[in-house]
Design a protein around this ligand. Structure first.
Ligand code: WTA
Length: 647
């Protein structure tokens, strides 16, 4: 693959508002630079100093052991994440401070103070213990965005169990594969969840999934919707019976710094989902420190990150980062356009939200829905905006700043990944002048670079590969059960250096501009989808012979999914099959992977070595190449041969 062309030109600069800077944790670019230099000059001293902000049962013996690419941070130390998120606040004035303010899609509101949240976490932890779950066991969490989701995660952490949250929009099959890969012992779910007014049948999906998961012996079920569900004797337990009846006292298990806190599955380029493993101390430190500095978090903030807990953003910036800082976090269950497209703005107005963190895909939808929706609400409580998940196009950034931020709020465009655990490239809102579309500068202790194909530094302005050349505490430690894949996936492209898989360029000011994935993983509505997973789902249909999936630029979702499909010999593809295949993918993976377009073809274009020519397919999908009738059968093999001659 050649280096990446850089086409975006953007010259607007927005310095931090002086009043914001005056009260910020980091109030000037000089202050940022001084701390950044120190963090890279002697990383171990820097991280040791920062680790003092956590509560430990036993302090570490050694800050970092780096046997590339395997890191151990704070070895010898023991701690517990739930103690850091709860117990240490409960002994201060924060005991009666709201930890979570939650609003359900139907409009019900619940507030849990730090004291109440700790009690609930302890009860849940005791209920899990009674189900035979203990330190080192894996627990699946398949819940809607209800407070019990945060409680369940913290309860696992409290007893040293490793959680694996599976997004509630994923299908039974996706859940089954993940639970098997993790050999989970228990699953925590709900009778259902609300989404755009209808009920998602989570428990029914769990029942179907568990037919093929022998390791799971217990299921804990939250009653959310009141829908009728089947409860299996001996395996299934109602939360409102077992958790409510359990004791609110549960001593926290001291775990080693490197004890796995969670596994989070993310799509890879091969069909099998990758279980990204995060451990305890380094992850907690990374999520806590970034939350404090990037969001300039203060005790009187009402902070709202709109991510679902099924994604890493929900882990780091709904649950662990905010709670570790003793913050008040808002959590919302449902869709942004239910009952109307102003639901988010209504939430901000009613709960006086001060910090708002969402995804570019959501912002593009807001733009499309129209300015009249935010205009109905008083958004003056907001003081800071953030984005994450994909590159934000400058015009969407400008709209966000003007319409939501009232031209007053700084915007932090935060680049990071499931694998990095915490924000890596980002402005600090009181310090960094921002440019629309740029993630700007690295966070403390993070050492990114843009390199060419050979790993040499790319000149300013030139597109290349983003790499990170020093280990950091919240980095992933391995791929669950597959250390070879960890090495292969992240450390082989540029030996010994972390390759996130993104393209980027760095401008004259040293600002980073992320250009998206360089491989063929597709980012749909802020979610990374491996093409292989979607292809495997298509091929699992009896009439499909072969499939290749690529992304096509889409104004709303970032990328739309286009599937090129060849059918079994003798079969005639038609509209009915097209509709059937879309539903089939939804069934296999979930609605998020529904192909926007299915194009039937005689044959897929392939290289001589048999690799599908995705680049050609991407061009065709984007309309840059066409061949004849695109509604029925197409033959790209001629085009492929022509293209091969060019190369
Ligand atoms: C993309 C989400 C540009 C990027 C936290 C990355 C971004 C992938 C940004 C990770 C951003 C995330 N600007 N691109 N601010 N944030 N990305 O694992 O391609 O779901 O590698 O983690 O999203 O997606 P993931």
């Amino acid at each position: 693959m050649s280096d990446i062309d850089s086409i975006l030109k953007e010259s607007r600069v927005f310095p931090p508002p002086p009043a914001f800077a005056a009260n910020a944790h980091v109030g000037s670019l000089d202050a940022y630079r001084a701390m950044y230099q120190r963090s890279l000059g002697d990383p171990e001293a820097f991280w040791a100093e920062q680790a003092e902000t956590l509560q430990w049962f036993r302090k570490w013996d050694r800050v970092l052991e780096w046997k590339a690419p395997f890191a151990r941070w704070f070895d010898g130390g023991t701690l517990n994440v739930s103690v850091n998120c709860l117990d240490r606040h409960v002994v201060t004035w924060r005991r009666n401070k709201a930890a979570l303010i939650w609003e359900g899609e139907p409009g019900d509101v619940r507030t849990l103070t730090y004291r109440q949240l700790l009690d609930e976490v302890c009860r849940c932890a005791n209920a899990l213990k009674a189900m035979g779950v203990g330190k080192g066991d894996r627990v699946g969490i398949y819940l809607p965005m209800v407070p019990e989701a945060a409680v369940a995660m913290l309860a696992c952490a409290r007893i040293g169990a490793t959680h694996s949250v599976v997004f509630g929009g994923f299908s039974a099959e996706a859940l089954r594969d993940r639970m098997n890969d993790a050999t989970a012992k228990a699953v925590i779910t709900a009778d259902g969840g609300y989404r755009r007014g209808s009920v998602v049948p989570l428990k029914a999906n769990v029942d179907a999934a568990l037919e093929g998961v022998p390791s799971v012996t217990g299921v804990l079920v939250v009653r959310r919707t009141g829908s009728a569900v089947a409860m299996r004797d001996g395996r299934d337990h109602w939360w409102h019976e077992t958790v409510d009846a359990a004791s609110p006292d549960c001593p926290a298990e001291p775990v080693e710094a490197e004890h796995p806190l969670f596994i989070l599955y993310t799509s890879g380029t091969t069909g099998k989902p990758k279980g990204v493993v995060h451990t305890t101390a380094g992850y907690l430190l990374g999520s806590a420190l970034t939350t404090r500095y990037v969001f300039d978090l203060k005790d009187d903030d009402t902070y709202w990150c709109t991510a679902d807990i099924g994604w890493v953003t929900g882990h780091s910036y709904v649950v662990y980062g905010p709670l570790a800082n003793g913050a008040t976090a808002l959590m919302y269950e449902g869709a942004p356009n239910h009952p109307q497209p102003d639901r988010f703005w209504s939430l901000i107005e009613r709960h006086r939200v001060t910090i708002f963190y969402t995804a570019p895909t959501a912002i593009r939808a807001f733009v499309r829905w129209g300015d009249e929706w935010p205009a109905k609400h008083d958004l003056a409580s907001l003081r800071l905006l953030g984005t994450v998940g994909e590159p934000i196009n400058p015009e969407a950034w400008m709209w966000y700043r003007r319409v939501i931020g009232g031209d007053r709020c700084p915007i932090v465009d935060t680049w990071w990944q499931t694998e990095t655990g915490a924000i890596m490239i980002t402005p600090l809102p009181g310090a960094t002048p921002t440019k629309p579309g740029s993630g700007t500068l690295p966070f403390f202790g993070v050492s990114p670079e843009v390199v060419d194909q050979k790993g040499h530094p790319a000149p300013p302005g030139a597109g290349g590969y983003l790499v990170i050349n020093k280990p950091w505490p919240s980095m992933l430690r391995t791929v669950w059960g597959d250390p070879d894949r960890y090495v292969e996936q992240y450390w082989k492209r540029f030996p010994g250096i972390y390759f996130p898989g993104d393209g980027a360029r760095r401008d004259e000011d040293g600002y980073f501009w992320i250009m998206g994935r360089v491989d063929d993983v597709i980012n749909v509505a802020g979610h990374r989808l491996g093409t292989m997973e979607v292809e495997s789902a298509l091929v699992s249909h009896a009439l499909v012979a072969e499939a290749a999936v690529v992304g096509r630029p889409d104004d709303l979702k970032g990328q739309a999914l286009v599937a090129f499909v060849t059918v079994q010999a003798g079969e005639k593809p038609d509209e009915a099959l097209r509709a059937q295949l879309k539903e089939h993918v939804v069934h296999e993976i979930g609605a998020i992977a529904r192909p926007d377009d299915i194009r039937f073809t005689d044959a897929l274009p392939k290289t001589r070595s048999g690799k599908i020519m995705r680049r050609l397919l991407r061009d065709i999908a984007a309309g840059k190449q066409t061949v004849g009738d695109t509604t029925t059968l197409e033959d790209y093999s001629v085009l492929a041969r022509l293209r091969e001659d060019e190369e």
